[in-house]
Design a protein around this ligand. Structure first.
Ligand SMILES: [Mg+2]
Length: 350
């Protein structure tokens, strides 16, 4: 829902091409040249195919291995997939040059990797197993080699989690690079872990140190797919969310959906080295960075006190207890003194 809202608000007003990669030219006006040579956007303006698109598509198809559950992969009008045995999880996230990465600094491969990893992080947030993905790309014109590097970056992350890229669409335009990934996953045998199941008394955990991801981790993070599955096997995860907007903001999503509050313990928040490093020059404390910086892509989750105690005794993956749920409000406890905590975090400028 969060991603949908973001998508709708950010939908650009600029004309964009709608012809599919296979050249159907749905919006081509009458008398237009054949769709495989030209495209018309919604306003009827002439746009160009990505240079060498067909070469690119055959390059891409040659690199797409057969994968379980994929009856027909890239190259036809649709992919044909075998539905998973358990409920299907679907998520989409769009990344844009200048907002989610800076292409001139990180390169297309890192951008592609991040686009896939951010989507798999949302599957992890439900304790699901990612299975398939489709990718739509708007390439800046005259960006030679970008498409190939982008695909390699997407595959870097997809391959690590046995995710098959089963289709997509590639356009070029006068704007910056935009990558939209839609990922499909399979729910855990215990069901998908929602944001709405936490209750007062539950213990709250995170899966890793937080803050300062802007120093590089926002590009190189590993989505916590394996951690989420191991935790779901070990305990009953009552509510979970990935930390994309910041701990306080994402925990607040859980609290709103679960209709309860929480106390975080300042001394228990795991603070990353990046947050300490950033605090030397940012004018903010390392704790503040850990609480409100975005894109850590760790998980925050709630379990019963019994399961929490089990995790402290023997956790299948590293976890840090950061607080507990209460009746209402979001609070920061520093050595017994409790203050309201604003659910601040990274918000996409609208
Ligand atoms: Mg998320």
């Amino acid at each position: 829902m969060e991603h949908l809202r973001r998508f709708v608000r950010q939908k650009p007003l600029l004309p964009y091409t709608r012809a599919s990669a296979l050249g159907k030219g749905r919006f081509a006006p009458r008398g237009a040249p054949p769709a495989n040579r030209a495209r018309y956007n919604r306003c009827g303006a002439y746009t160009e195919r990505m240079p060498g698109e067909f070469e690119y598509l055959s390059w891409l198809r040659a690199r797409t291995p057969a994968a379980p559950g994929v009856l027909v992969g890239p190259g036809d009008d649709c992919a044909v997939l075998e539905p998973p045995a358990r409920p299907l999880l679907v998520t989409t996230d769009m990344l844009m040059d200048g907002t989610d990465f800076v292409l001139s600094e990180c390169g297309a491969r890192a951008a592609g990797r991040k686009a896939m990893a951010a989507n798999l992080s949302d599957i992890a947030a439900m304790a699901g197993t990612p299975r398939f993905a489709v990718v739509s790309v708007a390439l800046p014109r005259a960006a030679g080699g970008t498409a190939e590097l982008l695909y390699l970056g997407l595959r870097d992350c997809a391959d690590e989690f046995d995710v098959a890229i089963v289709g997509g669409d590639t356009n070029s335009w006068d704007g910056k690079l935009v990558i939209s990934v839609t990922a499909f996953g399979e729910a855990h045998a215990r069901g998908a872990v929602l944001r709405s199941g936490a209750r007062p008394g539950d213990w709250l955990f995170v899966t890793g140190p937080l803050g300062g991801s802007i120093r590089g981790r926002h590009l190189t993070f590993t989505p916590r797919v394996r951690e989420a599955l191991a935790l779901a096997d070990a305990v009953e995860l009552r509510a979970m969310c990935d930390i994309s907007d910041g701990l306080a903001a994402d925990l607040n999503h859980i609290l709103e959906e679960s209709r309860c509050g929480a106390v975080l313990h300042a001394n228990a928040i795991p603070i990353s080295n990046d947050a300490h490093e950033l605090a030397r020059t940012s004018g903010k404390s390392a704790l503040k960075h850990a609480l409100s910086d975005g894109e850590d892509f760790e998980l925050v989750f709630a379990v019963s006190p019994e399961d929490g105690a089990n995790l402290l005794r023997e956790a299948p993956v590293p976890v840090f207890r950061v607080g507990e749920c209460v009746e209402a409000g979001l609070w920061l406890d520093t050595n017994g003194a409790r203050e309201p905590l604003a659910p601040e975090g990274w918000v996409h400028p609208m």
